[in-house]
Design a protein around this ligand. Structure first.
Ligand code: GDD
Length: 409
């Protein structure tokens, strides 16, 4: 059998996702109307002989309980959330639950970061991994040389695809081939992680014995049970014929900021055309709003027939969109009210917010810039005829004057 593990992190991570992560764990933030983690989970359905999916994180269990039980029923594959008592790092977190993961006696373990957006070519990776042999295969992609330093940069053998060299977020350019955060391993990965911990324990022991540490109290090594997959496992194992790479030619993005979540929502909406076309709004019929391009509208949302929506718009549960409203490239969260003739462009509108008549909430559309989109936190009120451009508004504020390039605290 095969088991899939998705690393979801915890509340101390995802700080660049504020103010949206003040309300909801980042992995549950909706992209194309589905929780972020839903996209990798539903991709796991295509894995042959999939026994179980685990989410590992250090969020409270209750935050994931509802989602995990509903998705288990929907997929007919058991999905379980496992809570770490503290962060153990991306490899340490996996190792922490090795006994449980090995209960299904898996031949392979998929390991996925929750904050990446791609089409998760998992069956193709399994196939590639079987032909390479070895302990693990990484999904990799070519990116621009300027952006590569935000990721793990690597060098692979052009013929055998072996991982020859790996450096995490290097300061000087190594390669434009980067780590996508999607892996398949054999259970030997647990031995590799254990070896790192034992080496660390030995070193710590040695330090204690030699009086060296007393002379240099400032040099403190990380706790022995904190192991990062990239620096501590991939780097040392590169060039040892144990790790291989599978390059994707399809889309791939990392989701660290609200701006990137808006971009990725659009990528997933575009993918729905091929995977779940029934989730896209059609705009057919004389009583429905005009729909342009890829749009998701939750069945409970109420949209006035004279509103014009799209492309790249996602409207969540119980939202109300008034007459003549215009929505382009935005995420409208639950219970939002958008009044008559309001315009929302390149923006995220937080839960229960209210946007007044003839008002305008707009971003420039640079998804990588800090103020490239406008973000309204939960319960923000924008009064009639107010214009907000490239701004971030924290929860529960009332905006009665127009602002541009401001962060409203
Ligand atoms: N459960 C748990 N516990 N999850 C964790 C922990 C932990 O202690 N630490 C990180 N994670 C999760 C994060 O939520 C994320 O899904 C994944 O592990 C990787 O997070 P980081 O270790 O913070 O690395 P990163 O996201 O900056 O970069 C990694 O992913 C990139 C691809 O998106 C690296 O592997 C890069 O090389 C790679 O390019």
């Amino acid at each position: 059998s095969i088991v899939a593990v998705i690393m979801v992190g915890g509340p101390t991570k995802g700080t660049r996702f504020r103010p949206l992560s003040l309300n909801i764990p980042k992995p549950l933030f909706p992209l194309a109307g589905q929780p972020m983690v839903h996209h990798p989970i539903s991709a796991c359905k295509k894995i042959p002989n999939l026994a179980r999916i685990y989410l590992i994180g250090f969020y409270e269990e209750r935050e994931f309980a509802l989602y995990v039980s509903s998705i288990s029923n929907e997929l007919k594959v058991p999905v379980r959330y496992l809570k770490e008592d503290k962060p153990h790092g991306s490899a340490g977190g996996l190792y922490n639950f090795r006994d449980l993961i090995m209960e299904d006696d898996p031949s392979h373990i998929f390991l996925l970061n929750c904050d990446v957006c791609c089409n998760f070519p998992l069956p193709e990776m399994l196939e590639a991994h079987r032909t390479y042999g070895g302990m693990g295969t990484l999904l990799v992609i070519k990116v621009s040389a300027e952006s590569a330093s935000q990721f793990g940069e690597l060098v692979a053998d052009p013929v055998t695809k072996e991982l020859l060299h790996y450096t995490e977020k290097p300061e000087t350019f190594v390669s434009d081939l980067i780590n996508c955060g999607v892996y398949i391993f054999t259970p030997e990965i647990f031995t590799a992680i254990r070896d790192v911990s034992t080496q660390r324990e030995d070193r710590a022991q040695l330090k204690r014995i030699s009086s060296f540490e007393a002379l240099q109290p400032a040099t403190r090594s990380p706790p022995t049970d904190f192991v990062r997959l990239d620096q501590d496992i991939l780097s040392p194992l590169a060039g040892k014929k144990q790790l291989f790479t599978h390059e994707t030619m399809d889309f791939w993005e990392q989701i660290k900021t609200p701006g990137m979540s808006l971009k990725c929502s659009g990528l997933y909406l575009a993918q729905f055309q091929f995977t779940y076309p029934h989730l896209l709004a059609s705009g057919d019929g004389t009583k429905s709003a005009s729909i342009i391009g890829d749009v998701y509208i939750h069945p409970s949302a109420k949209v006035h027939p004279t509103a014009k929506i799209g492309p790249n718009v996602s409207v969540s549960a119980n939202a109300r969109i008034g007459a003549g409203a215009r929505l382009i490239s935005c995420i409208i969260l639950d219970d939002v009210e958008i009044k008559e003739n309001a315009v929302i462009i390149h923006s995220i509108v937080g839960w229960k917010s209210s946007i007044g008549k003839w008002s305008r909430v707009q971003g420039g559309g640079d998804y990588n810039a800090k103020l490239g989109i406008t973000i309204l936190g939960e319960g923000v009120t924008v009064e009639d005829e107010v214009v907000l451009i490239n701004s971030i508004v924290l929860p529960h504020k009332t905006m009665n004057v127009s602002v541009q390039e401001e962060i409203i605290l």
